[in-house]
Design a protein around this ligand. Structure first.
Ligand SMILES: [Cu+2]
Length: 116
């Protein structure tokens, strides 16, 4: 057997035994208006696994500014009208955490679910 094949075999075996490494989650979240006339971030729910790095691109398609807050992870952004903003954070604890527009409390947005 050639050395390359040995190394490849060792890598394949290791990948079967070791737990899955933390991943990079990338998601685009867009502020839309519901048929009821409420401006929300869509998708409303973000799911990741503990240890993942979550990268969100927040796109605000409205003329007015909107907030995106996940207090549990110190995320608190204001996205100006017709602008976008990139946000990253490490999902270092598991649980279900609210996502809000802190500028307009009526815009109850959704939830962040971090799986153990
Ligand atoms: Cu808002």
């Amino acid at each position: 057997m050639k050395p390359f094949a040995l190394v490849l075999g060792a890598v394949l075996c290791a990948s079967l035994v070791l737990p899955a490494a933390a991943a990079d989650i990338a998601l685009t979240v867009v502020n839309i208006e519901t048929p009821q006339g409420v401006k929300i971030w869509e998708p409303a729910s973000v799911v990741a696994k503990k240890g993942d790095t979550v990268n969100l691109k927040l796109i605000n398609r409205h003329a007015d500014e909107h907030g995106y807050e996940i207090a549990a992870f110190a995320v608190k952004e204001v996205v100006e009208g017709n602008k976008s903003k990139d946000v990253s954070f490490k999902a270092d604890k598991s649980g279900i955490f609210p996502i809000k527009c802190h500028l307009h409390p009526a815009h109850v947005v959704g939830q962040l679910v971090i799986l153990d």
